[in-house]
Design a protein around this ligand. Structure first.
Ligand SMILES: *Cc1c(COP(=O)(O)O)cnc(C)c1O
Length: 459
């Protein structure tokens, strides 16, 4: 399996190469040159299998790895999860289901990808006898998931940038309480887009990138998208696929999670609608609704992991919608950087609208949804999942709808308490989080200072 850049200016790579590179050297993102197909019989055969077995069957053709080998890494990745089903479904209404993706070690869906990536990187680096430096930007959940996946690994140094004061206390503590020397939590004076821009700038400095062995694990990494494809299959099959079509609503900011759903659909999973759900930082919803992809300021919300205006993975969707024209995508990305946005061509917009619907939830609507679902179903939603549920309820009526629940409510206790009056408890396995000492470095929004800090820490 070969991977090509969405900007078409660099040679293609195999799975391992694309995973280690993260961002391509032309600034693009790697996508599979061809999407492996699963037949109706292949999909039907997934029914009733353990999550790990579904993961093996869905991911194997993308990796070119030896089957037994990948199987062992998958087993190690998901063993720390706190639920035997890994991604259980809960019913919310007659035809509405919640896919609980928050039973991993840091209580958010990002554990699905990050736990696997930790195993994959450790495996490759041990075999090669090399060291790498992971640098990631996080709006909260990616960073904690990365730290959990990489802490204590011999051949990986892990730097995580998060926007100072803009992550929840649980998120912050999950990043700052790791005591391992190879973990560096950095609080940047800026918002998430500033963190993401800093990481991009480091990657575009090729000399620096080579000197420190820089590798990205944020949501642009293809291996992360791939790991997320699996639960679309496991959940759809549980509800009757391939003989029944299902739809998904995905609370999204960076477009990584929902793009994984698009891959599942292109592999042959009978997916009806893929619904993009945004909070008031609604660039993705506006793009689908109006055809204009344009940044506005980022407004903080109670669903901070989606407080994003630069939606990195949307580039992959554009690449597909523009008929895999890397040059066209490169031009759009230049316009986004220089002019703050661009109009999507008519053909590409039609193509996007064939696959995606969209909606948004205001702060009031999000809180109201948490309160209502608590009353109607007894389920406590995190604010991100509530954005999804609100939008899903506006897009029902086409058969089973699965809303992705992206985090555990206890990760965002203030917002949940404000809505329901009850403070959600952390699961017992992390009850001591508030007693552990914190270790964090505050840094200015200055790329040179950041590079110096990283090089200092590496020597
Ligand atoms: C990261 C995150 C999202 C958004 O996911 P994307 O892949 O960036 O679209 C939504 N909810 C939670 C809880 C998250 O951590």
């Amino acid at each position: 399996m070969r991977y090509v850049s969405t900007r078409g200016q660099v040679p293609d790579l195999d799975f391992e190469g694309a995973m280690l590179a993260g961002l391509a050297r032309d600034g693009g993102l790697y996508v599979p040159d061809e999407i492996p197909q699963m037949s109706e019989a292949d999909i039907a055969a997934l029914a009733g299998l353990p999550y790990e077995e579904v993961a093996l069957r869905v991911m194997l053709p993308f990796t070119g790895m030896e089957e037994e080998h990948l199987k062992r890494l998958i087993a190690a990745a998901y063993a720390p999860f706190g639920h035997e089903a890994r991604a259980p479904l809960v019913q919310l209404g007659p035809d509405h289901f919640l896919l609980e993706l928050f039973h991993g070690p840091t209580l958010a869906f990002k554990d699905f990808a990050m736990q696997l990536i930790g195993q994959l990187f450790q495996d490759v680096m041990t075999r090669r006898g090399e060291r790498i430096t992971i640098v990631g930007a996080t709006s909260g959940d990616t960073g904690s998931a990365a730290i959990e996946a990489f802490r204590g690994l011999d051949n990986v140094e892990c730097f995580i940038l998060f926007p100072h004061g803009r992550v929840s206390e649980v998120q912050r503590r999950q990043m700052t309480t790791a005591s391992e020397e190879n973990v560096h939590a950095l609080a940047l004076d800026g918002d998430f887009d500033d963190c993401q821009a800093a990481v991009k700038a480091m990657f575009n400095d090729h000399a620096f990138r080579d000197r420190v062995g820089l590798t990205a694990v944020n949501s642009i990494n293809w291996a992360r998208v791939l790991a997320q494809v699996v639960y679309y299959f496991s959940s759809a099959v549980a509800l009757g696929a391939p003989s029944r079509k299902v739809s998904f609503t995905v609370p999204t900011g960076n477009f990584g999670d929902i793009f994984a759903g698009w891959i599942a659909k292109r592999m042959g999973l009978p997916v009806d609608r893929l619904v993009i759900a945004t909070n008031r930082n609604d660039i993705l919803h506006r793009t689908i609704a109006t055809g204009e992809h344009r940044k506005e300021g980022v407004a903080p919300t109670i669903s901070p992991s989606m407080d994003i205006q630069v939606s990195s993975n949307f580039e992959r969707a554009l690449f597909m919608a523009y008929g895999r024209d890397g040059q066209a995508v490169a031009q759009l990305m230049d316009e986004l950087r220089d002019d703050g946005g661009f109009p999507v061509s008519q053909g590409a917009l039609e193509s996007l609208r064939e696959d995606y619907d969209s909606g948004r939830a205001s702060e009031e609507e999000t809180a109201k949804t948490i309160r209502e679902m608590h009353r109607l179903t007894g389920e406590t939603l995190c604010p991100h999942s509530a954005v999804g549920v609100k939008v899903a309820r506006e897009h029902g009526g086409h058969g089973p709808m699965i809303t992705l629940a992206t985090a555990h409510p206890a990760k965002f206790p203030d917002a949940v308490q404000a809505a329901t009056g009850t403070r959600p408890d952390l699961p017992p396995r992390m009850a001591d989080l508030f007693d552990r000492p914190e270790r964090v470095t505050r840094i200015p929004n200055d790329i040179d200072a950041l590079k110096t800090l990283i090089e200092d820490r590496l020597t």
